[in-house]
Every structure is written in C-alpha cells, then in structure tokens.
Design a protein around this ligand. Structure first.
Ligand SMILES: [Zn+2]
Length: 270
C-alpha cells in the first residue's frame, strides 16, 4: 500500500500538480487571478452532479422540492436571464448542464455547485422578502463561484495539503476516490466557509451578471443589509459559508456603480 501511495503522489505531482489556470475572462469588473488546480473540471463536475442529485432526491422524498410552481417559475426565469450572461466571463458556460431547483426550508440559503447546479431555499426568498433584483444578486454571486471554479480550486488546495489520499485516485480517474470527492463537494457547499478572496470575486462578477441580465446591481447592497439583519445570534446558513465583512457592502456599492451602464443598456433592450 505504501508503495502504491508513493507512486500515486508522484504521479499527481508530475501529471496534475500545480496546473495554473485562469478560469474566467476579467469582464468589466476586472477579476483576474491565476488559480492552481490539481483536480480536473470533469472530475469535480461529475462529483458535483452526484452530490446535487442526492440533495434533490432527498428533498423530493421529503416533499420539499419545487412545491410552489409560481415560485419555481420565478426563480427559473431569473436564472434564464442570468445564465446567457456568463458568456462575458467564459465562452463554455452558457452550454453547461445548468439545473435550477427550489427547496422548501426555513434556512436562508442558496448555492451553486460546480458545473452550474443551483438550489434556492424558500427561506431566503420568503424571510428576506427578496425582490427579483435581490434574488438575481444572490444567484449571480453563486453562479460566479461556479464560473471561477472556486470549488475545484478548494478541492485542489485540500489535495495539496494531503487531505485524503483517495482524492488522488479520483483526480487521476482511478476510481475509489470519487465518493470522497463527492463528499468534499457536499462539505464545500454546506459546511466550509468560502475564503474572503473567493467572496470578493463572486461579489464583483455577480453584480456584473445581474446588470447584464437587466437586474438592478444595487440590489446586492440591499440584499446584504437584509441578510445581516436577519442574521440574529445564530445567523442564516448562507452567512456561515459566506462570511460577511463591513467592507463587503462598500465594495459592492462601488462595483454596482461601475456596472450601472451595463444595466441601463440591458434595460434599454427590453
Ligand atoms: Zn459566496
């Protein structure tokens, strides 16, 4: 076993180690940062597909999937305006196998797993009384995480730190580790906080996606203000994976102003 692990580690270092990529174009907001990837997009997207299917089927069993047809239609319509705008950041993204579902839950939460697997919780929509512009702000932010492949990057960081040798097998398509990678996607989605760098990137790309889709980018500011008020002692789930900072609202305000011309241009087309 020891020999096999050593061989695998050597393979990873030589074959997959430290592949430096730029996942997205900078856009009007100018997000530019090289990312070190040790796991392929295909591996992480396959695992995310499995993780997503598990979450959705569990929600369905509990009668918590897409219960309110009008609400589902509304959320999917917003996604339908945002997804084509992803082309501004990467040409392949509009062609991804996007999925958008609404889960009945008191949790104030929403996420997008790698490869475009989106879930919105009724708690976020109803407890925040989110407007279309505010739903678009959250969705744009979550889509941005997927475009930047932050999940893949964080899985790569976990691998670089030697967390779970079986991940190595998953990365190389050797089998056996795929389940671990799926579990890691689940942990990244529900439990592990995003880094501040990832949050800033997702905020900036998110307001641009919203503006290009004809949604008022300033809604990101009002959304975060509502979010922190709803936080309370335990805080909504969303805040546990999306740490808030005082500087966040200021940054959002500045970038929302920057993309206002895109918003006005999109509005003029309708
Ligand atoms: Zn985020």
């Amino acid at each position: 076993m020891r020999v096999r692990k050593t061989v695998l580690v050597a393979l990873v270092v030589s074959l997959a180690g430290c592949k430096s990529v730029n996942t997205t174009q900078p856009g009007a907001v100018g997000v530019e940062r090289k990312q070190n990837m040790m796991v392929s997009s295909d591996s992480i997207n396959r695992s995310a597909g499995k993780a997503y299917a598990q979450v959705i089927s569990e929600a369905q069993k509990k009668g918590q999937l897409n219960v309110d047809a009008a609400q589902l239609k509304r959320v999917r319509a917003i996604a339908g305006r945002l997804i084509p705008q992803t082309a501004a950041f990467r040409a392949d993204a509009p062609g991804w196998t996007w999925e958008v579902n609404v889960i009945t839950s008191k949790d104030v939460n929403a996420w997008c797993m790698p490869g475009g697997k989106i879930a919105f919780y009724t708690g976020l929509i109803e407890r925040l009384q989110a407007t279309d512009d505010e739903v678009a702000a959250v969705m744009g932010h979550e889509i941005a995480h997927a475009l930047r492949e932050h999940g893949r990057e964080r899985a790569s960081q976990a691998m670089a730190q030697g967390i779970g040798i079986s991940l190595v097998g998953a990365a190389l398509g050797l089998g056996g580790g795929a389940q671990d990678l799926t579990q890691l996607v689940v942990d990244l989605t529900f439990n592990l906080p995003n880094s501040r760098t990832d949050e800033v990137e997702a905020d900036r790309i998110g307001v641009e996606l919203a503006a290009r889709g004809g949604f008022d980018p300033r809604a990101a500011v009002s959304l975060w203000e509502k979010m922190s008020k709803t936080g309370g002692a335990q805080g909504p789930n969303f805040l546990s994976t999306h740490p808030s900072h005082a500087s966040r609202v200021n940054d959002l305000r500045g970038y929302a102003a920057k993309v206002m011309p895109l918003y006005e241009a999109a509005r003029a087309k309708h």
